[in-house]
Design a protein around this ligand. Structure first.
Ligand SMILES: *Cc1c(COP(=O)(O)O)cnc(C)c1O
Length: 407
């Protein structure tokens, strides 16, 4: 038997070339090839270090390889990793109980990716509409907001308003109505007897961290309650400490009927998502009607439980709120100095850069040269969402780098 020789590590340039040849081009990554990471720092193949100010689109709220989360994963790797839901596993009950305690809701449907949680919520809302609300068969509608981002599956892009996300992927799933975001009157107009649910992001992340007016989320809650339809909050990006509270809806003390979690729920280690809802909502699902081979697997449940335990301390929410003030102050100081405007809540900001200085992509590349990783979104907006474990000093140095590249 001949052994394949151990390949020597290829350079960043070679690896980028190889990726471009061997992978579908559905992303346009910054030209950095990460080889290892710890906390808020990542290191590339050549040993250059970067501050990660994107944090996996908030999947890394607790930083890279958080010791407690890695330990939970290691422990579980030595016990059992996958059973399928054909059998019970000893991690799942605790995970669901923890989520119930954290969110004030009652039941969990465990899935893997965010898009699956959204798909699951769409199915549950429709079934609830027929079985509980009494909507005529196949007539249920779900109302969504303009500029939404809920994932990439065929049904989800059916109600996207982003032509890049939709173009060429039809025919689309019917049964969705799109209303302007942050517009309660338009929402009220769109609700009728066929409405199963209103599905919105409490803060629109991909759209550029768009924060609705105070009272909007409470208004959505009130309208849906009065109309007898469900309020589904997609907190896959906004949730789990990012905005300074456990959930973004907490800023208005609102409890939705269905809550969608993902990204940080897997601690940046494994994909874990969940639909968390009241018993009378998730109760419409019976055996065989929905499922997932990997959903609720013991490894995911162990890591997810460890994430819930971290959030139960309140420490990360507090950090996000306190350092969020530092971020806001820093960005306020840059308005008029290359920044035309920004929106922020907690450790999450969408920063509109003067297009004369550069596109969001160009600014991201200049920041990369300074050792700061961010991601652009839509034209000249860059998105800042560091791990919630970032220190005041690290945040200060990132803001100083931003000032430098804008100057
Ligand atoms: C990322 C995201 C999703 C989709 O999650 P995936 O894990 O990428 O499928 C859905 N909704 C929101 C708000 C997101 O930010």
């Amino acid at each position: 038997m001949t052994l394949t020789p151990v390949r020597t590590q290829r350079s960043s340039e070679e690896l980028i070339r190889a990726e471009n040849t061997a992978l579908a081009h559905n992303y346009h990554p910054l030209p950095v090839v990460v080889a290892r990471a710890e906390g808020v720092w990542v290191e590339d193949v050549e040993g250059r270090r970067y501050l990660d100010m994107l944090a996996g689109y908030s999947a890394l709220n607790f930083g890279h390889r958080h010791p407690g989360l890695v330990a939970a994963a290691h422990r579980q790797l030595d016990e059992v990793t996958l059973t399928s839901r054909a059998f019970h596993n000893d991690r799942l009950a605790g995970f669901a109980e923890g989520l119930a305690e954290l969110t004030g809701l009652e039941m969990t449907l465990p899935m893997n990716t965010g898009a699956e949680a959204v798909e699951s919520a769409v199915k549950v809302a429709r079934k609830w509409a027929y079985e509980v609300k009494g909507v005529a068969p196949d007539r249920a509608t779900i109302i969504v907001a303009d500029g939404n981002f809920h994932g990439r599956t065929t049904t989800i892009v059916s109600f996207s308003t982003d032509e890049t996300a939709r173009g060429g992927f039809g025919p689309f799933t019917p049964g969705f109505r799109i209303v302007p975001y942050n517009d309660l009157a338009a929402l009220e107009n769109a609700i009728d007897e066929t409405t199963a649910a209103v599905l919105i992001e409490p803060i629109q992340g991909e759209a550029g961290v768009l924060i609705p007016d105070d009272g909007y989320l409470a208004g959505v809650r009130e309208l849906t309650r009065r109309a007898g339809c469900l309020f589904i909050a997609d907190e896959i990006q906004s949730g789990l400490g990012r905005t300074g509270t456990t959930l973004a809806v907490d800023h208005e003390s609102v409890v939705p009927d269905m809550l969608l979690l993902g990204k940080a729920l897997g601690g940046g280690i494994v994909p874990v998502s969940a639909v968390v809802a009241r018993r009378d909502v998730l109760g419409v699902l019976r055996p065989g009607e929905h499922g997932s081979t990997f959903g609720g697997n013991p490894l995911a449940a162990a890591v997810g439980s460890a994430v819930v335990d971290l959030l139960a301390t309140g420490e990360f929410q507090r950090r996000a709120a306190e350092l969020g003030e530092v971020l806001r102050d820093g960005l306020t100081g840059l308005v008029g100095k290359g920044v035309v405007g920004f929106r922020s809540r907690g450790l999450w900001a969408g920063v509109d850069v003067d297009p004369a200085i550069g596109s969001g992509r160009e600014i991201s590349e200049r920041l990369m040269a300074e050792g700061i990783l961010v991601k652009d979104t839509h034209g000249s907006t860059i998105r800042i969402a560091p791990p919630l474990t970032i220190t005041r000093e690290e945040l200060g140095s990132a803001l100083a780098s931003l000032e430098k590249v804008l100057g």
